[in-house]
Design a protein around this ligand. Structure first.
Ligand code: NAD
Length: 480
């Protein structure tokens, strides 16, 4: 039976006269109609959230955390259904390395783990100053209604971090998924009805217009946005009109530095995952690989073999694979153009490179590796967000750090070396919100995550991330 989808406002299912469909990235067939939220739906959702906030903001942390456990149980109950929907809309497939499991369920399992982590973690009151005359206690109070504006690459897990952060701190939340991947998020909010008071957790489907309305509405206290740098700048400018709190999680162009003493066996496997897991459609994917010149040829040879072995195109969505089609036509065309640009400029493509008739159907591109393209080309300068990876070489530590640090991005980075002193020294010099040592970039929901420079504004995850979902109020007690 064809699944149905609804906007969820005050726990009610709402259809719409206008719907849109998403193209299945594997088959290029149109999926299911999804109702577009109207301006009135949005107004109703804000009113319901504001009403719900009155009671919800007075609940205790323990009460809210107990409900996060229920949300986790509910997600687990619906894991199969949600994973299948997510696989269809995103092109994700079965993930081999974690047992036979839908790669899409990586999103759902991650969301369960986030719910459970925050069911045990929250902001606590803190004595910030004390002397003989005074004691100052900082306490954290909810902001009100949070608007979550989300991207398409990990639809559930990236929405859920905003949901759990909002809920545990006592806020209400309206989620707007990406119009490229609305289905799993909408179904998830639908199946979660009844767990939280009506109006606390709502979802509306829409694109840039709805996102823009959210950023302007005076009834929304904070926008948590994940997406491109260009949209992030628009969101921030718009939020300024009502002085909303704003968190921006934006694009990265992560450098990965491989030192001459790196354990090549492990490093090659890890760098391949960092670059090609979900076909590079990961904000913190390794996007520029800098390999020391003394091991360059051997590294490249091993990497090509590993990529050709582990990142093959498999059109069967139930087959075990970490490699997917591009999730949508827009991104498919962008990445094809980047590969075409490499060809036009005569760069050395050592594997992949095909951009036409790769398969009969679907937005597939083969994993593509480009050896030593110039530093100022499109592939190196900008985020590719797809399965094409430049492998550059270096000889001097200061020089590679300089090349790694970009003016227009600073999300993640990675360093591979057996010498942990050297690896840490390099990591501390890299201008990024997170640096991973001897592993590819994997955000940890217990650790603060945010980009510097154009890659973000503020951040989420861990206790520090929760601070952006609260106002801090200081209580000054006179002691005598
Ligand atoms: P996008 O900026 O195109 O869209 C993101 C969201 O913003 C969508 O929901 C979209 O409908 C909405 N939107 C579009 N215009 C808007 C406007 N004017 N006002 C308000 N909302 C608007 O990004 P995308 O293509 O969906 O996501 C991919 C990008 O996200 C990549 O660059 C990736 O690196 C980045 N990303 C970053 C992180 C991170 O944590 N830093 C995580 C995942 C993805």
């Amino acid at each position: 039976m064809q699944p149905q989808f609804f906007n969820i406002i005050n726990d009610e299912l709402r259809g719409s006269e206008k719907t849109h469909t998403v193209t299945d990235p594997r088959t290029e067939e149109e999926l299911w109609p999804c109702p577009n939220a109207t301006a009135q739906d949005f107004e109703d959702a804000v009113a319901a959230a504001q009403k719900a906030f009155v009671g919800w903001s007075k609940t205790t942390v323990a009460e809210r955390q107990a409900l996060l456990v229920k949300l986790a149980e509910n997600l687990e109950e619906h894991e199969q259904e949600l994973s299948e929907i997510l696989a269809k809309e995103s092109g994700k497939s079965v993930l081999f390395s974690f047992g036979v499991q839908l790669m899409a369920s990586f999103d759902i399992k991650g969301a369960v783990a986030q719910c459970l982590y925050y069911s045990k973690t929250c902001l606590e009151d803190e004595v910030q100053y004390e002397d003989d005359n005074t004691k100052v206690v900082a306490t954290h109070i909810p902001l009100g209604v949070v608007g979550a504006i989300c991207p398409w690459n990990f639809p559930v897990i990236l929405s859920n971090i905003k949901v759990v952060s909002s809920l545990v701190t006592g806020n209400c939340i309206i989620v707007k998924p990406s119009p490229f991947t609305p289905y799993a998020v909408m179904k998830w909010v639908e199946v979660a009805r009844g767990i939280l008071p009506p109006g606390v957790f709502q979802v509306l489907n829409g694109g840039a217009d709805l996102g823009a309305l959210m950023t302007l509405h005076p009834g929304i206290a904070k926008i948590s946005f994940t997406g491109t740098i260009a949209t992030g700048k628009r969101v921030m400018a718009s939020c300024a009109k009502t002085l909303k709190k704003v968190t921006l999680e934006l694009a990265g162009n992560d450098a990965c530095i491989v030192c001459p003493d790196a354990d090549l066996e492990k490093t090659v496997v890890s760098v391949a995952s960092g670059g090609f897991f979900h076909s590079g459609q990961v904000c913190v994917a390794s996007k520029r690989i800098y390999v020391h010149e003394s091991i360059y040829d051997e590294f490249l040879d091993r990497l090509v073999k590993e990529v050709d072995r582990s990142y093959t195109i498999n059109e069967d969505p139930t087959a075990p694979s970490m490699f997917s089609p591009l999730s949508n036509k827009l991104q498919y065309d962008t990445v094809r153009n980047i590969i075409e640009d490499c060809k036009t400029n005569g760069f050395n493509i050592v594997t992949g490179g095909k951009t036409q008739n790769v398969t009969n159907k679907g937005f597939w591109l083969p994993p593509t590796i480009v050896s030593k393209p110039p530093e100022d080309c499109w592939l190196v300068k900008e985020e590719q967000f797809g399965p094409v990876l430049p492998i550059l070489s270096w000889s001097d530590e200061d020089e590679v750090v300089k090349r790694s640090n970009l003016a227009n991005a600073g999300l993640g980075a990675s360093v591979y070396s057996k010498d942990l002193v050297q690896a840490e020294r390099i990591a501390r010099k890299l201008e990024a919100g997170g640096v991973w040592i001897n592993q590819f970039e994997r955000p940890n929901f217990g650790a603060f995550f945010g980009g510097i420079k154009d890659s973000g504004f503020g951040g989420e995850m861990g206790k520090q991330g929760l601070l952006s979902y609260a106002d801090t109020k200081c209580l000054h007690f006179a002691k005598n």
